[in-house]
Design a protein around this ligand. Sequence first.
Ligand code: ZN
Ligand code: CU
Length: 480
Amino acid sequence: MNNNYDLLIRNATVIDGTRAPRFEADIAVRDGKIADIGSLKNAGAAQVIDAGGLIAAPGFIDVHTHDDRLLFSDPAMTPKASQGVTTVIAGNCGISLAHSPKDGQKTPPLDLLDGDGAWFRFPSFGAYREELAAKPAALNAACLVGHTTFRVATMDRLDRAATPGEIAKMREMARESMASGAIGVSTGTAYPPAASAPTDEIIEVCRPVGEFGGLYVTHMRNEDDAVLDSIEETCAIGKALNVPVVISHHKTVGVKNHGRSTETLALIEKKMRAQQVCLDCYPYIASSTVLRDDRLAQSTRIIVTWSKPHPEFSGVDLDEVARRLGVSQKEAVEKIRPAGAIYFMLDEKDVQRILSFDETMIGSDGLPHDAKPHPRLWGTFPRVLGHYARDLKLFSLETAVYKMTGFPAKRFGLSGRGVLQAGAHADITLFDPNTIIDAADFKNGSAPAKGVHTVIVNGAPVWAGGKSTGILSGRLLTRG
Ligand code: ZN
Ligand code: CU
């Protein structure tokens, strides 16, 4: 009996993350890597898992997260580990903890990361990285740094373009971050603190992204009437920097833009012929962010997710809040801010069309510090696998897995991740293809999904038997 493996998964149905058809195999793990895949009848190991009837897939990569702080404040990463996620990409939508602005919590949407300010204490990305190395989480993380964070840290007022001196300071922040292992810069020009940043400012701040071979990732300036202009701007920035671009949580917002994903995807396809463009998407018809009144006209329903002055309204519909306060919805927004909300403003057909698009990856955009979060935080990956792939047959399970493993690993440059092959890092998720499904919904957004059996990160089980094992085997991942 050959007993020199650390872990052996027997009788698995392997979906390997490359989009290839599933096959039956045993998987052997040694020193955090996959040592062998195949028929390993005579092998033995310190720990053996019988996976009869379960799928073994590469651990899922959540390409769009705001988990910068969750990595420290809930190192078990429960909302993500419970879904089978093994790697998160943090620092999206222009917001990151580094380089921490003083009183960052006072400028929405930075307050999505921390409403009190205690976590805005990283003078550089290097400092953030050092703390993560000293206090690892259960899951791997790769980090973007945010242009909005840089602006708040650099500028005295945010309603204007940055001066050449301010641009130089922000470019230094980007350079330090890239040199310390960030994988790229994100922007969020849809939000007030960055809305006055012209295209040139973004290009000049992001120069180091090109020098270090990173990514440009963006919550675009406009996702409603001017969404096509936004795609043009995004691609122009990618071209100027000569870097791949990722369009975050792609959608077309507001009733009059429903159906327009046919136009946006056609434009993206055209752009892809000349440069590298891809996108991510979450599987819901409602979005979520800070509470803002310009969303009133675009939404058919708004649910408050948190409110600093009025925590009692968490989970309550905005029209009900307005009724209880005896004011209009617009006035209610003023009264209960700072706050967050869920906005029903997307079209199911658009969601399905975007999810099915070849270059679409899966990203939750979950907001882990909301009192009553959007269900995407806990449900995104099982919902794609169970609802969209199995029940609606939008695509095969192999394609669904590819969109959350091999494809994002390739696009984000996470080498040795996202595939189940000998030599790859042993990030593995075992799930039941017949029962996997999201349990979180718009009433209760914080329920762990069903059907996820075991989640392994760098060779160690971090989630098993419906709970965290307490093992913190995640690492900071860099590009290359
Ligand atoms: Zn965003
Ligand atoms: Cu986001």
